[in-house]
Design a protein around this ligand. Structure first.
Ligand SMILES: [Zn+2]
Length: 125
């Protein structure tokens, strides 16, 4: 006598469950991809706005102070080197807490272990 699930064959239920699971995984992945795409688009818009502000500020400075492109590049290089690496960024790497000496990311305003408050640049990511 065939069992309750006999109509699906010996492993039909397992195949059907796997297909349902795969479809759910695909749906979740598609949703995550859409979310990531929206976040990238928002970042691109934010970056374009930031560049526009920088360009406007630079033009105002040039017009009012005589600032040159060379002045800008010298300052960019100087600030870039503040983190010790000429890499077109001024972002410090994960560091060590001066209070408890544990290694942490510089993303946190306070040490996760001892609560020490870090002084952070306004321009840090
Ligand atoms: Zn600490």
């Amino acid at each position: 006598m065939p069992g309750l699930f006999g109509m699906y064959g010996s492993d039909g239920i397992g195949e059907r469950s796997a297909a349902i699971g795969a479809a759910a995984d695909a749906q979740r992945a598609a949703s995550q991809a859409r979310d990531a795409e929206q976040r990238v688009k928002a970042l691109e818009e934010s970056l374009a706005k930031t560049l526009l502000i920088c360009e406007s500020l630079l033009e105002i400075l040039r017009e009012r102070s005589g600032l040159t492109e060379d002045d800008l590049y010298q300052k960019l290089r100087e600030i870039d080197l503040r983190d010790g690496v000429l890499d077109e960024k001024n972002q410090t790497k994960p560091t060590e807490c001066p209070s408890c000496q544990r290694r942490l990311s510089n993303r946190h305003a306070r040490c996760l272990y001892c609560g020490h408050t870090f002084e952070k640049s306004t321009f840090a990511l």
